[in-house]
Design a protein around this ligand. Structure first.
Ligand SMILES: [Mn+2]
Length: 342
């Protein structure tokens, strides 16, 4: 068999297993739309990667997902453990990195920044709020960088961008956020703009696609600056609060994400602020979109009128309970506890 045929058969095999797992899931757990959406994400990832010789490894990785429990800081009242959790109803996808915390645990949520096209005033307001809030953890929802130079969209605007500078500026921002807010933990989700790097390597520099040094988390030196990285096809959760970059954009985005995942979900991607609540039979779930910190002027370049809002999120978790808020940053200023910041 030629290499090409082998690749095609490997892809078909992988897609067949995905399909079987999906059908099994749908039949036995029709109420779980969560996996349908994850299936879609994984399938699109697979399509992206099908030419790659990594596919077999990728699939084995899914099948043999490792559960890893890490106990940190056990002497603290707040205990933190992290594990990769597979979907409850089948064993195919390691779809979730879930952290379990006890005691009261505070998370600062930083939405889309789009370095170097961020609004510097909004970023400062978000960090100032973080200094007051004193989070245990910061979660950045993805699209930290714009990756404009890697985009395939025609570059007709006056914007210029140097990818190396973008990376340097992003590292500095991540360090600043962690240092100034005093957060012990920090987690960055991969957004569709970071995914531009993978797509660029596959399409335009495929000989380099497997180089570890060119993975976004390594370019950003996340391990050495104390930030964890959650790739695009995975979800992140702390107790019952789920985080993802986001995939649906409409006037009902937070509701759509909540309805689709059937969990309390915090997302970015839309650059807007809204929240929806749904009380089921036994609990109330919430959907939150947390706005952005990108420049509204730059936004106006690619949508006619950028109906975006600047925002920063706070989450306080206490066992199974949690309280989520998004603080609107108006004209570079934000209110927190009756204080106007910065
Ligand atoms: Mn974005």
């Amino acid at each position: 068999m030629t290499n090409e045929n082998e690749e095609i058969s490997l892809r078909d095999e992988a897609l067949d297993s995905l399909r079987a797992a999906y059908n099994h899931n749908l039949k036995n757990f029709p109420e779980r739309k969560f996996t349908r959406s994850v299936y879609r994400l994984v399938a699109s990832e697979l399509n992206l990667l099908y030419k790659s010789d990594k596919i077999e490894e990728l699939f084995d990785g899914w099948k043999n997902a490792i559960s890893e429990i890490e106990t940190v800081n056990a002497e603290d009242k707040t205990m933190v453990t992290t594990e990769d959790v597979m979907a409850k109803d089948e064993d195919t996808f390691p779809l979730l990195t879930q952290k379990k915390v006890t005691g009261t645990y505070k998370i600062l949520v930083i939405p889309d920044v789009h370095v170097p096209y961020q609004c510097k005033k909004a970023v400062e307001a978000a960090i100032r709020l973080g200094e007051e809030f004193k989070p245990d953890e910061v979660v950045q929802l993805g699209d930290l960088l714009d990756c404009y130079s890697l985009s395939h969209y025609p570059k007709t605007t006056h914007r210029s961008s140097n990818f190396a500078d973008e990376i340097e500026e992003s590292i500095k921002l991540l360090e600043t956020i962690k240092k100034r807010t005093g957060a012990k933990y920090a987690t960055m989700l991969e957004g569709n703009h970071e995914a531009r790097l993978r797509k660029y390597l596959l399409n335009d520099a495929s000989s380099l696609k497997n180089l570890k040094a060119l993975k976004m988390n390594n370019l950003l030196e996340l391990a050495s600056i104390g930030w964890d990285f959650i790739p695009e096809h995975k979800f992140y959760a702390v107790n019952n609060v789920f985080f993802t970059h986001g995939e649906f954009i409409s006037s009902q985005s937070s509701k759509k994400h909540m309805d689709e995942y059937r969990e309390t979900i915090i997302h970015g991607h839309t650059h807007r602020i809204s929240s929806r609540y749904h009380r089921g039979l036994n609990s109330t779930i919430e959907g939150w979109e947390m706005g952005c910190l990108a420049s509204l002027e730059v936004g106006a370049e690619y949508v006619k009128r950028a109906n975006w809002q600047h925002g920063v999120g706070t989450v306080v978790i206490n066992g199974d309970d949690y309280w989520i808020n998004c603080h609107h940053i108006r004209n570079g200023k934000v209110e927190y506890n009756g204080l106007v910041l910065p």
